[in-house]
Design a protein around this ligand. Structure first.
Ligand code: F6R
Length: 254
């Protein structure tokens, strides 16, 4: 595992974007696994910059997002702050600024009427694309990756999962409070790629920033490998794992 420690959030973001850009340059038709949340915003901003200034070409890139809330979907007729779907997030923060083809974007469908069937279809599409070349990951305060909450099996596949109280609180503070959406009206379930699905990617790239991630990063990277800390699965990953942290997120590492 390579752990890269950068001075601050902006440098962490630039480093992560460079790793993703290099993946695209070496394989223009690569398959990227993408994450939402506040941590990757800077990485997406940097990738947009590389696209604009250096012509990084996304025209053959395919993307699979890790997760989506169940019960909501992108609704472009609503203002962005009222549409908390991850599909809208990806569109507003990244996809609308790059030359990716719409048909090459895969995001779990939060409005599916048949979640189980959909989850199987999503798995099949990842396989059909040849698997994920590079999976970008954030880490939740409780150690989740994607929405694989503590207790998720390391062999879990794409499925519906209830969100823990901590995740609901974290996401309420990061997103829903600003949107003036009541906590009880937040979706309490999500569709997520499983840990087994994530571990089949050829390369993993985890990013984390800020003091509030320091403890969980230390548990995930240096603590025991346990399903109670889903991100500790990175320690048993067979391929290349790169973790890019800012100084604060790295502060509890020994
Ligand atoms: C979102 C995802 C989650 C986030 C995690 C951290 O697609 O996969 O695991 O990465 O909840 O979120 P932030 O970056 O908001 O702290």
């Amino acid at each position: 595992m390579d752990i890269i420690i950068k001075e601050n959030y902006d440098e962490m973001s630039k480093c992560a974007a460079d790793i993703i850009a290099n993946c695209i340059k070496s394989k223009p038709s690569c398959v990227l696994g993408l994450a939402t949340g506040s941590t990757p915003l800077g990485t997406y901003r940097e990738l947009i910059k590389i696209h604009r200034e250096e012509g990084l070409d996304f025209s053959q890139v395919r993307t699979f997002n890790l997760d989506e809330y169940l019960g909501i979907g992108m609704d472009l007729s609503k203002p962005y702050e009222e549409d908390q779907s991850y599909a809208r997030f990806m569109y507003e923060e990244f996809f609308k600024y790059i030359n990716i083809k719409k048909e090459n974007i895969y995001i779990p469908d939060g409005l599916t009427k048949e979640p189980e069937k959909f989850c199987q279809w999503y798995e099949d599409m990842i396989k059909k694309a040849g698997g994920i070349d590079l999976q970008l990951l954030g880490i939740g305060g409780d150690g989740h990756i994607g929405f694989n909450e503590p207790g998720s099996s390391f062999s879990s596949r794409t499925r519906v999962i209830p969100l823990t109280e901590q995740t609901l609180n974290d996401n309420y503070e990061s997103f829903y409070r600003k949107a003036k959406i009541k906590k009880e009206d937040m979706p309490h379930f999500a569709i997520t790629m499983g840990i087994g699905t994530i571990l089949e990617a050829k390369q993993l790239l985890m990013i984390a920033s800020g003091k509030k991630k320091a403890k969980v990063i230390a548990r995930a990277l240096q603590g025991p490998v346990t399903t109670e800390v889903p991100a500790s699965a990175l320690q048993i990953f067979n391929g290349k794992v790169t973790v890019v942290l800012d100084r604060e997120a790295a502060s509890e590492l020994s």
